[in-house]
Design a protein around this ligand. Sequence first.
Ligand code: SF4
Length: 698
Amino acid sequence: MSGEVRTTCPYCGVGCGVLARVEGDRVHVRGDPDHPSNFGRLCSKGSALGETMALDGRLLHPEIKGQRASWDAALDLVAHRFTETIAQHGPDSVGFYVSGQLLTEDYYVANKLLKGFIGTANIDTNSRLCMASSVAGHKRAFGEDIVPSTYEDLEQADLVVLVGSNLAWCHPVLHQRLLAARATRGTRIVVVDPRRSATAEDADLHLAIRPGTDVLLFNGLLAHLAAQGATEPDWIARHTTGFDATLALAQADASDRARVFKGCDVHPADLARFYDWFAKTDRAVTVYSQGVNQSAHGTDKVNAILNCHLATGRIGREGTGPFSITGQPNAMGGREVGGLANQLAAHMGFLQPELDRVSRFWNAPGLSQKPGLKAVDFFEAARTGQIKALWIMGTNPAVSMPDAGKVREALSRCPFVVVSDITRTDTTRYADVLLPAAAWGEKDGTVTNSERRISRQRAFLPLPGEARPDWHIITDVACRLGHADAFPYRTRAEIFREHAALSAFENDGERLFDLGSVSDLSDAAYESLAPLQWPVRRDAAAGGRLLADHFPTPDGRARLVAVRQEGPARPVDRDYPVSLNSGRLRDQWHTMTRTGHVPRLMTHAPEPVLDLARREAQEQDLRDGDLVRVESPYGEALARLRVSDALRPGEAFLPMHWSGLFAARASAGSVSNPATDALSGQPELKHVSVRVTKAPVR
Ligand code: SF4
């Protein structure tokens, strides 16, 4: 690999290893054959990475109110306005909104500054939109936010159930691994998704359930497992609590099979086949993703799935387990450092012993003592004047948040907005101070993928213009705020060592997130760090599966959680009769700030297209190619229409990617419902009641 730099793809949560080589002004990439996540594979997005490196549109200099400024002037102003706001209105009047695109080291210092030294937990992340319900479900069931499985489990399973996951497009390399394993092993694949997605096309069985009926489906499965004697009573007795109450509610919820197949609106024979396969297949993995998480009842959906694995002891063993797949490259790293408003660093929460630990370790007597505002509430607080100074890092909430119009209103009204990013976005236009950040290929640090594997992102290009790494910018502001002693970092390695040491701090043997054996890594060892899967305790073998027979709860047992099927926050009605789903396309990433610049990626879907079920299209006399208006109680979007037979009657689907920069008013976020899950705070992005009408052609 002469001249090649070993790094990690910055897109999805699969976390593929990439070898990058610079030749003149061109960057060439290929999959890293030695990386245990992808073994040399890359998907269309990953293989086009070299074409996203042009500096067109890059932010190269700090700006104040749209005028070029020096770094000193920009950072002094940020520190001054934050200091002034905190002095006048208290620490909860400021906040950070960050991103799963940040590296773990960036995330760590942002979290430490805001929670530890400014004294508010108003730091949330766009990962809230992606996997917060899984975090909450894991904590309810396992006591800690633990993903027990590994990618190998998908290859070693005899049955893989994909729930609310278009793996073929959203995590393509993992899908390729699954299909390769099926070719030799004969793995059965079941897809549970209201939409006939690309992934469903490859399935042995597709259950196109009525949207939002996942809890009923899995409660029915639990009742079936019990009725068939397919649960594991000894394992349940030794390793869990709550089974009887959970089963009782599941049986009441799914009192007979007819109630389930009618409620889920699937063919009785298909339902029976799924239940039979699950009951009779010991090696079963259930993969779930945004279709489960992005719901006003997402946490209950997660727990309904976990209940079935706990009742059968299918967890922590080869080829088994529930498996939440993250959307972003470092959503997991953000969870590790407490990059969510309701978490502290190192997987700790706001219980007093945890507060004491973090406060002592950071020497931060002013550590925030209570959780902060989650994403939707965070921007509402900015809109209503509670938050008066905010800093957005590496994300584009003006488009990606639900009810995005209100978020844009919040950004307009907030007295002081800082944005650090690599390019101009819909959000940067609201910035009082704009800070140029380092991009993929220029920045250096670590990310953690969906299977808990920590990999290095390495720089192979010089920093352009005056761009700086995020951790560096945050540290500079921390020093200007008077906290130089707590932010003495000169390298990313120093930050990584501190983060690892905190995870092993006074380890009580119960918590599983533990990086103890890499907490004293030398600078050279950090530079050459090979991918490693946590836990990496000092006293035990690294990596592998977790939660085989002991759980990080006070009694060491997992908790089955009784959950009941509930409807969406706002069902369809006469005014808004269509249920709109949203999600990713194969070749685009988030709001297209990178992939939108690659012509060959744009050819897959050059404009925003609304898929509408044939029945609704016929009722409205709409045809392929019509320009349509999609209206919800929260906003509207314009899109080209495609009549679809892949959708259930009453359904529509709009990609999440387009924004004002690419097509006027075509963002799924513009019409999305801001209703959130009460436990996780995750918005209901997978369902919004809309009406679709032909747009007048002017
Ligand atoms: Fe990148 Fe995900 Fe594609 Fe791998 S599967 S190359 S991590 S986008």
